[in-house]
Design a protein around this ligand. Structure first.
Ligand SMILES: NC(=O)c1ccc[n+]([C@@H]2O[C@H](COP(=O)([O-])OP(=O)(O)OC[C@H]3O[C@@H](n4cnc5c(N)ncnc54)[C@H](OP(=O)(O)O)[C@@H]3O)[C@@H](O)[C@H]2O)c1
Length: 262
């Protein structure tokens, strides 16, 4: 037994797939895993963006782009097959790709409902289903393979803006996390979720434009950073996080607890 940081938090030599790994939170996660010696596959729709980041990250480790549109079930299947062609097992699956949609209640469109639910919930479920055979090969009783789902505090409380399908999709991600955790434990796979608060990204550009002082409401008075996100994923993906399953970890600077006191 070793309780040193190097041993507890190491992901060296592990294999990982990060969906939506081309930018934003997915990039923060991919970067953290690559810099710590994991072999990382990143996936998103825009092949050029994905490949450019994979090239950049390959300067410090191993990162491979596998572009796919996960809203399309055939593509999700192709992505799982592409990982299986290259790896005999998969240690870490980060289901991060997600979309948001804001519209007033009275005008909320079916398109805005389906687009978000198809990617945030349906694709997460079916990609996980298709990758379980590879995850199973990596997991052991003491060191399970890890599925890390990216939920949101918007799935735990009503969002600031009207985002009905998004909030419902993230509550579904948290509930699927618990259900999958219970079911997949016997196959040596743990399943946890991270519920981020506010991390500057393309998705949150709308919020930054409409509420430029939003971070003032966050108890810790700032948005999340790559260190905050990568640190949480390294914990969940390494020996240190081996006994967590079915957890939803908020990484939000205290926002869920309440607005910053004046
Ligand atoms: N940023 C925040 O404050 C925040 C807070 C709570 C939760 N989250 C969650 O964190 C995750 C990442 O969000 P983000 O802020 O980093 O958003 P982002 O900057 O918009 O990044 C989204 C990523 O998903 C990919 N993607 C979008 N549609 C896809 C599709 N159909 N198939 C495959 N990949 C797709 C995007 O690349 P392409 O466009 O090239 O496909 C991109 O890599 C999401 O699940 C989001 O709900 C974010």
């Amino acid at each position: 037994m070793s309780l040193t940081i190097d041993s507890l938090f190491s992901v060296r030599g592990k294999t990982a797939l990060v969906t939506g790994g081309s930018r934003g939170i997915g990039e923060m996660i991919a970067r953290g895993l690559v810099e710590n010696g994991a072999r990382v596959y990143i996936s998103s729709r825009k092949a050029d963006v994905c490949e450019e980041l994979a090239r950049e990250l390959s300067a410090t480790g191993t990162c491979v782009a596998l572009p796919a549109d996960l809203a399309n079930m055939d593509d999700a299947g192709r992505l799982a097959a592409a990982v299986a062609e290259r790896e005999s097992s998969l240690d870490i699956l980060v289901n991060n790709a997600g979309a948001a949609w804001g519209e007033p209640f009275d005008a909320f469109s079916e398109r805005g409902w389906d687009r978000v639910m198809d990617l945030n919930v349906k694709a997460l479920f079916f990609l996980t289903q298709r990758l379980v055979p590879l995850l199973e090969k990596a997991g052991t009783a003491d060191d399970p393979a890890r599925v890390i789902n990216i939920g949101s505090i918007d799935g735990l409380q009503a969002p600031v803006f009207e985002a009905y399908s998004y909030a419902a999709s993230k509550a579904a991600v948290h509930q699927l996390t618990r259900h999958l955790a219970k079911h997949l434990a016997a196959r040596h796979i743990s399943v946890n979720a991270i519920a981020p608060g506010f991390f500057p990204s393309k998705m949150t550009e709308f919020m930054m434009e409409n509420e430029p002082n939003f971070t003032e409401h966050i108890p810790l008075a700032r948005g999340g950073t790559p260190e905050d996100m990568a640190g949480t994923v390294l914990f969940l993906a390494s020996r240190a996080g081996a006994y967590l399953s079915g957890s939803v970890i908020t990484v939000d600077g205290g926002l869920l607890a309440g607005s910053r006191s004046r």
